[in-house]
Design a binder for this molecule. Structure first.
Ligand SMILES: [Zn+2]
Length: 422
């Protein structure tokens, strides 16, 4: 075995030196006990951090640490009880581990970071700890990261509902749609849930910085925004508006299918998904199929074109421009006998303010979409997750994506616990 000095260098815990190393001879993967001692004779108090040399007693403690090659490592240290001038009798502060933790901080970080890309059970086996230990480590890592990272002040936020599990279990998600991060989560989609999110998850400064809220036309959300964020404007999510348009187109299809008789039925069977797709995403032979369908039914064609035109709602720079477009769109419906599209026209007209608000607040709809996709992926993976706080932390981590370089990773795994700013 190398000198104790070499071992201290390899162990790499600032302020501590290796005293002795014990391990089973001959086994290539036996556990190694590394006995460490503090450099110097002054011990920090766990209350105030002040160092003192007045020691009351000492007790041997152990921590699991990162392995040395194939050898799992146990650190052994005699933790003192010190007499602090300010705090009285206290245990000594251990820099490499949290109070009462059974693993060192750097092992905890390693487990926690691993848990973000593999199941907890897998990470537990990999690091030779129990499932519960791994889960606690993960939660501690995520909670500390969330607590210590700088708070962002996004101009635009999103308020959206997600469905969780079967039946009518809904959750409300608050997100930062500028940076694409989840900020908060509440059960239900009521006005109270939305208002609680806006008041409890955001600081006063954060609320003051918000200029626009991207949401759907769900009335309770609009009420909550109106009550809590008086100076912010509501921008309706493009995706939701177009969903209404697709629903109207689908109604036209259904009507036509039953009305138009044999010819239409022959062309129209099994075309629902094709018809609801956007023209720009339809290719080759599928385009021909659609064209044949449209040749057989002009009303369906008209409705399809009207739906496609709605994309232009988000290309105008001024609110009067949007209004003119909607009025023109409604005018084009005259004599077409498409009641479903007329209803859609009414709907657009009634919600014109929230649609036109996009001119002044160009919310990144793509980011809203990608947050929703990410949330669904996490929920699918976390089928059995009952811990709401843990779920929120996981969502924050996945959407904030804090490890992007080797440097970020090194910061997360450093024994002192320096945190990434991302
Ligand atoms: Zn003290």
């Amino acid at each position: 075995m190398g000198s104790r000095r070499d071992c201290t260098w390899i162990l790499g815990l600032p302020g501590f030196r290796v005293q002795m190393i014990e391990g089973e001879e001959g086994r290539s993967d036996g556990r190694v006990r590394v006995r460490v001692e503090r450099q110097g004779r002054r011990y920090p108090c766990s209350g105030c951090g002040q160092r003192t040399s007045r020691v009351r007693s000492a007790k041997e403690r152990t921590w699991d640490d990162l392995p040395w090659a194939a050898h799992p490592v146990t650190l052994v240290y005699r933790q003192r009880r010190v007499v602090c001038r300010r705090c009285g009798v206290r245990t000594e502060r251990i820099e490499f581990a949290d109070a009462k933790a059974r693993v060192t901080r750097r092992l905890r970080q390693q487990i926690g970071v691993d848990c973000q890309s593999m199941p907890t059970s897998h990470a537990a086996v990999r690091h030779g700890v129990s499932w519960g230990k791994a889960r606690r480590a993960e939660k501690a890592v995520l909670a500390e990261w969330d607590r210590t990272r700088p708070k962002r002040q996004p101009r635009h936020i999103g308020l959206d509902e997600i469905q969780r599990g079967k039946g009518q279990r809904f959750w409300t998600v608050l997100s930062d749609v500028v940076h694409g991060e989840v900020m908060g989560l509440r059960q239900d989609r009521t006005e109270a849930a939305a208002a609680a999110l806006l008041t409890e998850e955001l600081t006063g400064r954060q609320r003051a910085a918000i200029t626009a809220v991207c949401t759907d036309m769900h009335r309770p959300y609009l009420n909550a925004v109106g009550a809590v964020l008086r100076h912010a404007e509501v921008v309706f999510d493009k995706f939701h508006v177009l969903q209404h348009a697709s629903a109207a187109l689908d109604d036209v299809r259904r009507q036509e299918f039953f009305r138009a008789g044999a010819v239409m039925r022959e062309h129209g069977r099994g075309k629902r998904w094709l018809l609801l797709r956007r023209w720009k995403t339809v290719r080759g032979s599928k385009r021909v199929e659609l064209q044949t369908l449209f040749a057989a039914n002009r009303r369906l064609f008209k409705a399809y074109v009207l739906r496609e035109q709605l994309d232009r709602l988000w290309t105008y720079k001024t609110r009067p421009g949007v209004l003119n477009f909607v009025l023109g769109w409604i005018r084009a419906l005259r004599w077409q006998r498409l009641p479903e599209m007329e209803r859609l026209g009414d709907f657009l007209f009634r919600h014109i303010e929230g649609i036109a608000a996009y001119c002044d607040h160009p919310v990144r709809f793509g980011v809203v979409e990608s947050i929703n996709t990410t949330i669904k992926a996490v929920l699918r993976r976390a089928r059995g997750m009952r811990d709401e706080q843990m779920l929120l932390l996981k969502l924050k981590w996945v959407t904030a994506h804090p490890i992007r370089s080797a440097r970020d990773l090194a910061r997360f795994l450093s024994p002192q616990g320096l945190y990434s700013n991302r």
